[in-house]
Structure formats: C-alpha cells, structure tokens
Design a protein around this ligand. Structure first.
Ligand SMILES: Cc1cc2nc3c(=O)[nH]c(=O)nc-3n(C[C@H](O)[C@H](O)[C@H](O)COP(=O)(O)OP(=O)(O)OC[C@H]3O[C@@H](n4cnc5c(N)ncnc54)[C@H](O)[C@@H]3O)c2cc1C
Length: 359
C-alpha cells in the first residue's frame, strides 16, 4: 500500500472542499482533495437533459443576503436568474382538494443559476490541477502522528487502499458525518465528538423531485408553478425551468419522513398523481422524473439525519472549535460556519476560514 505526502489534504469535494481547493490553488499551495463519491459536488447535483440542469440538491441563492455567493458567481462569469414566480399559486389541503390562491413571492427573492448549481463546481475545478482531485476516495481513519496527520482511505476495519501524510487537513464534510464514519486516533475529546454528532446536516433527511415537460402548461394557465400541500407526498412545489427556453420543470420537496419513503415505486405513483391533481393531466406525463432521497445517501446522511429537520438550526463550529490537534485539522463544511450555516453561503464562509487557518 502506498503513502503519498502532501501539504494539505481536503476531505470532501462538495462546494466547501472545492472552494477551499480553489483558494489554495490561487496561493500556489500543494493539496489533494479526497472525495468519497464517484462525482464531485456533494449535496450539489444537477443532471442535464436537453440543456436543462435540474438541481436535485440546492437550487437557490439569495444575492440580497448571501454576498459571497453573489460575488463568486459574478467572478466565475456565471449567470443567475430570478426564480419564476409569475401568476397564481396552488394550495392543496389535507383532504387533497386543490384551490388557486394568490402567489407567494419569496422575500428576499430567490435566484437560480444557469447550468445548475453544479456550474459553480465545474468552474472552480478549472482552477484546480486535475491530479489534485481523487474521486472514489472515502476517508475512514485519521491518525495524529507527531505534527502531521496520517489519513487512510478505504473501508472501516479493513486494510486501507492508500494512505496520505499531510501537514494539515481540511475536513470539508458535515461534522455529524465525520464523527459517525471516520475513526480518529487518538480519540477526539468527548465534548467535541458530542458536539459534532449534535449538528444536524442541513436537508440530509429530505428528498427532492423534478419533473420535466416539453411545454410549460402551468405558465400557460397563468400559474407560477408554486404550490403548497398539506396532503403530500410533496409539501412544496416550484417552477424549475430554464431561464429562457425549454424543457420546463416542476420541482418538489417530499414532505414525508425518510422511513415512509422506502417503496420508491409507490412513492413515484403518488408523486405523479399529486402533480396531476395540482396541475392537471398534462402533469401526469413528464418526459423525465428525477428523484433523489438524500437520507439514503451514505456520504450525506447518517441514522441521526433520517427524521427531516424543518427548522433551520443556528450553526456554529462544533464546541466552538474551528481547528483541533494543534491546528493540524481544520473544520470546513457549511454546518461549521458561524454565519449562513446550512446554506451554500455557509459552505463558502467555512472554506475561507479553514484556508485562513491553514499555515
Ligand atoms: C435537497 C436540498 C436542497 C437544498 N437547497 C438549498 C438551497 O436552495 N440553497 C442553499 O444555499 N442551500 C441548499 N441546500 C444546502 C446545500 O446543499 C449545502 O449547504 C451545501 O451543498 C453544503 O456543501 P458542503 O461542501 O459543506 O457539504 P457537502 O455538499 O455535503 O459535501 C461534503 C462532501 O464530502 C464527501 N464525503 C463524505 N464523507 C466522506 C469521506 N469519508 N471521505 C471523503 N469524502 C467524503 C461527500 O461525498 C461530499 O462530496 C440544500 C441541500 C439539499 C440536500
């Protein structure tokens, strides 16, 4: 088994890890990103169909209150557009009955990104040397060896596939996931482990659907695509179309808990019939129906994340520590941000802090 030596290891190739990597690249620092999945992006996932990138993770940013996102999007030369909200909304009550209601304009306004949120990751990657990104590299063990860290990649309790020796490590994954799936030697202090486990991973218990159509029949009926439902399975729906042209999309958050989402076939049927109830028969024939259950993604959610969180927690670094082991390990990842934690903005905030703490 080989051991590679690097200055900084970034664990996690979501927005926080990739942004941290781009900042280190700008400073000409040597680093490697270890990403467990076979793709980058983490909770950002934007599959493409005929030029429409469907955001099955985050789809919105709010330039009025998230300045780092607004600035980054501008610097990268990407283009945002306002969430479509023109027209009337729909409301489905608990007995399934649907009525048309006045729209629910978001305040501050939500914006989407042309090319989907994945466009940010792809653009940032242009600044990162290709061999600095290692996909299919799940970290299972981190050991303090003097003033360095020995990081093992592979499966817990099995021989590691490869090891890395690093002067510093940036943990760019949800702290609850890190505490649940990575072994630390020596043991982390109990208060730090507890604090990491208590930080819920934002949206990890949720599932999201996007249905694509050739025609925006809801817009033609003067509906915005925005709907709220007490009936389910989706609790909230929005227009998820491109800025200017088709295909067109409706997206929804599945409101029922993960434990009740185990039969995907039944759930899909229920989603389609709900779409038809809210928007008519045309909605029952999507060209594509995407569905992602984040609670079943082992590199996002743990057992503790199965019940969906409805209120947004007040995030902060675990046990108010931004680093541990004499500044060898630094927390990044949106759930460790002091401001805007849980959001894309928090992922950038925490990455900047981790890179500043990096020597
Ligand atoms: C359905 C949904 C909707 C959302 N909507 C919005 C929105 O509209 N606006 C908004 O601002 N935010 C939204 N969010 C939150 C947003 O997605 C997150 O704030 C952001 O993506 C977090 O980035 P991150 O890099 O901190 O974490 P992650 O994206 O979770 O990245 C962590 C990375 O670490 C990797 N990893 C995990 N374990 C290991 C390991 N052992 N070894 C190596 N790598 C590992 C993962 O595979 C992943 O790539 C939403 C999230 C979801 C799921």
């Amino acid at each position: 088994m080989s051991t590679e030596t690097v200055d900084t290891l970034i664990i996690g190739g979501g927005l926080s890890g990739i942004y941290a990597a781009s900042l280190l690249a700008r400073k000409n620092r040597s680093f490697v990103v270890l990403e467990a999945r076979e793709r980058l992006g983490g909770r950002i996932l934007s599959p493409e169909h005929q030029g429409l990138f469907s955001d099955l993770g985050p789809s919105w940013y709010w330039p009025a209150i998230h300045p780092k996102m607004a600035q980054l999007i501008q610097t990268l030369g990407l283009k945002g557009y306002r969430q479509f909200e023109e027209g009337m909304g729909r409301f489905q009550s608990s007995n399934g009955a649907v009525q048309t209601v006045s729209g629910y304009p978001t305040e501050p306004p939500s914006w989407r990104l042309e090319g989907g949120m994945m466009a940010i990751i792809l653009k940032l990657c242009e600044e990162i040397p290709e061999n600095a990104i290692r996909l299919n590299h799940p970290v299972c063990n981190i050991e303090k060896k003097g003033s360095e860290a020995l990081v093992s990649v592979g499966e817990l309790e099995k021989d590691p596939w490869v090891q890395f020796k690093a002067k510093e490590v940036i943990l760019a994954l949800p702290p609850r996931l890190a505490a649940s799936t990575i072994l630390f030697h020596p043991d982390l202090p109990a208060n730090l482990t507890q604090a990491m486990l208590k930080i819920g991973t934002w949206m990890a218990g949720h599932a999201k659907v996007t249905a694509l159509y050739e025609k925006p029949f809801w817009r033609q009926a003067k509906l915005s695509g925005q709907a709220f439902s007490q009936h389910g399975p989706m609790g909230e729906l929005h227009d998820a179309s491109n800025n200017e042209q088709g295909p067109y999309g409706l997206t929804g958050f599945v409101g029922i808990p993960a434990a009740q989402r185990s039969n995907q076939q039944l759930l899909t049927e229920a989603i389609i019939s709900q779409l038809a109830l809210i928007y008519g028969q045309a909605a029952a024939q999507p060209t594509i129906l995407y569905y992602t259950d984040w609670a079943r993604e082992k590199f996002t959610a743990t057992q503790l994340d199965q019940p969906p969180m409805y209120a947004h927690p007040l995030y902060h670094p675990p046990a108010n520590q931004t680093s541990f082991w004499d500044n060898i390990i630094h927390f990044a990842g949106t759930e460790t941000a002091n401001q805007h934690g849980g959001y894309l903005e928090g992922a950038l905030t925490a990455a900047e802090r981790a890179v500043q703490n990096n020597h």
